[in-house]
Design a protein around this ligand. Structure first.
Ligand SMILES: Cc1ncc(COP(=O)(O)O)c(C=O)c1O
Length: 379
């Protein structure tokens, strides 16, 4: 099957009892057994649910993996990956990533003795320098949220394999439509399925995909033991979302490109962060590992004051001021006070995330309306 066919058919099998073409929402907590231990393979819905299993099969296929696991949120999926580790183990991650991931690492897992090193992953040498014999995991987010920095997945996974270190790539910003980290040597792919996979801003969910059976078994054990599983209704919504991923992503990319260029040409706009620009520091690598450049864009105004940014953020009519991304509707966000507020200010500024940075999740509306909205708001 080619990719676009896969998005529509992955995990979907006509329901055995009725022939329903859409996977039913198995809203049940348990399953009746014929005798103790004699059952249809379903015992308790934290461990097994047919709607979730259909989605997990789809997760595996859309990332070219053998296995998929669904979680109650993106951070719950990240949490499961870190629970593969022991106290004293070390993780190397980026110094520019989603604020909630940073919060989970610094505020929760550091207390359990996991050691995190935050480096600029645009240079693989920065990773090599902090590897010790305790390094067990490299956590990569590319493109990064919100600065759109690019890490070379293949170069990192080659180094990781040499040192027998697991690599997990947060592929939320790209989506499987633009980038498939397992094909580039990653061991695990993580998604906030809340974003492009769901695609309609109506569900919170996380995903892990992998090729390796041992990793799958460990992560399945963590999934059922820790219990951060999504409900069947949410699984249904994400399964339905995936069916249109390719058509949505195509439009996100087209609109994203037009808006990135509009912003760059605007007299009042300063720096625009979008990996599709030829002079973006990660453009060559993005071109190598991504199929297009997506609809996520960050920018600063030339009047780089918090007041000017706040005025713009409060002035758009179509772009809604809200956290999150990847839905069909366009969103505008202020990372410093919203999605990345959990990162201490000095840390943020040091890594290039200014107080006045604005992030856009470009939706799939008519691009002329989106540009007009931004033009009016910028003034
Ligand atoms: C890149 C990235 N990773 C992970 C997450 C966490 O996902 P969730 O909000 O579904 O828990 C987010 C959420 O914004 C994100 O943007």
């Amino acid at each position: 099957m080619k990719r676009n066919t896969t998005y529509i058919h992955a995990g979907s099998h006509p329901d055995p009892s009725t022939g329903a073409i859409m996977t039913p929402i198995y809203q049940t907590s348990t399953y009746v057994q014929q005798a103790p231990g004699v059952n249809k393979g379903y015992e308790y819905a934290r461990s097994q649910n047919p709607t979730r299993f259909a989605l997990e099969e789809a997760f595996a296929k859309i990332e070219n993996g053998n296995f998929g696991l669904a979680f109650s949120s993106g951070v719950a999926a990240t949490d499961a990956v870190i629970k593969l580790l022991q106290p004293g183990d070390e993780v190397i991650c980026g110094n520019d990533m989603y604020g909630g991931t940073y919060r989970l690492f610094t505020k929760v897992f550091e207390r359990f003795g996991i050691v995190f090193h935050y480096v600029n992953q645009q240079e693989v040498e920065n990773i090599r320098k902090v590897i010790t014999d305790k390094t067990k995991l490299i956590w990569v987010e590319t493109p990064t949220n919100p600065l759109m920095n690019i890490a070379d997945i293949q170069a990192i996974t080659t180094l990781a394999k040499e040192k027998k270190i697991i690599t997990c790539v947060d592929n939320t910003f790209a989506s499987p439509y633009l980038q498939n980290p397992l094909d580039l040597g990653a061991d695990i792919v993580m998604h906030s399925a809340t974003k492009y996979l769901g695609g309609h801003s109506d569900v919170i969910q996380g995903a892990l995909m992998m090729k390796d059976q041992w990793l799958r078994d460990q992560l399945y054990f963590i999934q059922k033991s820790c219990g951060a599983v999504p409900g069947p209704q949410d699984c249904f919504l994400v399964l339905r979302g995936i069916k249109t991923l390719h058509v949505r992503m195509q439009r996100h990319c087209e609109n994203g490109k037009a808006i990135a260029h509009f912003l760059r040409d605007h007299a009042k706009v300063g720096k625009v962060y979008w990996p599709g620009f030829e002079d973006h520091s990660g453009h060559a690598i993005a071109k190598k590992q991504m199929r297009d450049f997506g609809g996520m864009i960050s920018f600063e105004l030339k009047n780089n004051s918090v007041e000017a940014a706040t005025k713009l953020l409060s002035s758009t009519k179509i772009f809604a001021l809200a956290e999150s991304l990847g839905g069909v509707e366009s969103l505008i966000n202020h990372p410093a006070s919203m999605t990345h507020a959990s990162i201490p200010r000095e840390e943020r500024i040091k890594n290039g995330l200014s107080d006045s940075l604005i992030r856009l999740s470009v939706g799939i509306e008519d691009v002329e309306d989106l540009i007009e909205d931004l033009r009016n708001a910028i003034g």
